[in-house]
Design a protein around this ligand. Sequence first.
Ligand code: TIH
Ligand code: FE2
Length: 324
Amino acid sequence: MMSTSTTCPSSAIPWFPKCTTDLDSHSVAVLQFGEELESEYVGANDPEYRRRRNEIAKIASMYRTGQPIPYIEYNDNERATWKALFCRMKSMHEDFACTEYQDAFKVLEEEGLFASDDVPQLEDVSNFLRSRSGFSLRPVTGLLTSRDFMNSLAFRVFYCTQYIRHHSNVFFTPEPDVCHELLGHAPMFADPDFAQLAQEIGLASLGASDEDIVKLSNIFWYTIEFGLCKEAGKGIRAYGAGLLSSFTELENAFSDRSEKRPFSPLDAATLEHSIVDINTTYYVANSFECATNQLREYVQQHNNRSFKLTYDAKTGTVNVIDKP
Ligand code: TIH
Ligand code: FE2
């Protein structure tokens, strides 16, 4: 791919991927919060659980662009965790999830990809999403840096963990796991307007300064992970994956214990969050299209890059253009 050889206009610009195969150097990157979380999550003290996680992580670390995502045979314990969360969340989604989520969820069930009995396979869900919005899934060992994680979105690639949360921690876990990826993120990536919003966060993250990466990851957090939206005739609904995969978080968002603000990228960019605690503030978007327009304006005014880039949807590559 010719754009991979594009040289950066200034040595101060962090390296960034120009096409999907460039992501191969990301997938084994050192986890950002891995060690900190060791002591936090309950499964850390369960040796069999840790062994199983390492086994699944190995698959992700060997994955390269273009390969099918290996199937995992989940054991009885893992399937029981999926089932408990699937049934609990499904009963809440009708009242709290946005229409786009519910519509995609229904299709996933009709196509036999989502069912309570077994954990869906990333490969099958990835193929489904590719046909709906061009998004595909890519296995990852755990948390990446915010930069690496967001960069992939520019290419409509979403990093997914394949291991499952510990059975003692079903309704809230501080880490992403396959339940969060599938019950939270996957149905949303089937929607083209949502997919556009996610991709534009990704494009804004390419070659961004460290400071801007922090701001963009806050924006990501309060939209893709924990966003609420308005829906005609239904009031406020959830579209953020961290809400749709966690009973505790969803319940908190719709209680009066949390603050709801109209979505503002500028405001969200500097509102800190903690991955181990439930949120105290959520942002309500008018629509995905509206949020994308707000994001574009924010990026134009505040994302200080010394270059411009264009995305070629046909080849899935970005081209860097020097600022005149
Ligand atoms: N807290 C979520 C859950 O329990 O499903 C998982 C995550 C959301 C955001 C980051 S990890
Ligand atoms: Fe997530």
